[in-house]
Design a protein around this ligand. Structure first.
Ligand code: PRP
Ligand code: URA
Length: 209
């Protein structure tokens, strides 16, 4: 069963309250999505393997630890996942970036794929799939399935806000994938929006509504 990590750090909870507020404008919403992504990235990368190397400081040789083994790939689910990418790349500048375009059919709420482009060596990388919202879990589960088709086996899912239904779906479909979220809300409404949630993340990041 996948591990679910709820990152209820006070900074995250405070910033999430800004996203939830319907009066928060596009500029601030976008900035705070980035700040939350950075804080979540810090926690989600906590167990990355390191190795010891020796370097020269201006004073003396020093044994230091650097990231080892698999390199990272960040895969945003378009559109809203794009809002989390820049802040993560600031922290992990060598990460490569893949894109998966999915939108939810407004009637069925099922994800529809419209784009996919991955780095050629994605199978050798630890993959962080990012999307602010995990609602029914359909988009995240499909995205993970697509990534696995490239041969990736080391996959982490990062969502800012989740519904219990979405977590359950990913756990059932992909028990090998760890999930990091800043909060788990109460439920989905009849339109499969998270309640109380923060509304439509893509529209609020890009100002399309
Ligand atoms: C939103 C969100 C997720 C998906 C979550 O994207 O960013 O990708 O819905 O819902 P699910 O868990 O029920 O699949 P949306 O389809 O609205 O597309 P957008 O990012 O282009 O706005
Ligand atoms: N997608 C969103 O952007 N918000 C929700 O609440 C559910 C899906």
């Amino acid at each position: 069963m996948s591990n679910v990590h709820v990152l209820d750090h006070p900074l995250l909870q405070h910033k999430l309250s800004i996203l939830r507020n319907k009066d928060t404008g596009v500029k601030e919403f976008r900035e705070v999505v980035g700040e939350i992504a950075a804080l979540m990235c810090y926690e989600a990368t906590r167990n990355l393997p390191t190795e010891e190397i020796t370097i020269e400081t201006p004073i003396a040789p020093a044994k230091v630890r650097v990231l080892a083994g698999k390199k990272l790939a960040i895969v945003p689910i378009l559109r809203a996942g794009l809002g989390m990418v820049d802040a993560m790349v600031d922290l992990v500048p060598s990460a490569k970036i893949g894109h998966i375009g999915l939108f939810r059919d407004p009637e069925t709420h099922e994800p529809v794929k419209y784009y996919c482009k991955m780095p050629p060596d994605i199978a050798d990388r630890q993959v962080f799939i990012v999307d602010p919202m995990l609602a029914t879990g359909g988009s995240a589960s499909d995205a993970i399935t697509f990534i696995k088709e490239y041969g990736c086996r080391n996959i982490t899912l990062m969502n800012i806000l989740a519904a219990p239904e979405g977590i359950a779906k990913v756990q059932t479909d992909h028990p090998d994938v760890d999930i990091f979220v800043a909060a788990v809300d109460e439920k989905l409404n009849d339109h499969a929006y998270i309640v109380p949630g923060l509304g439509d993340a893509g529209d609020r990041i890009f100002g399309t509504k």
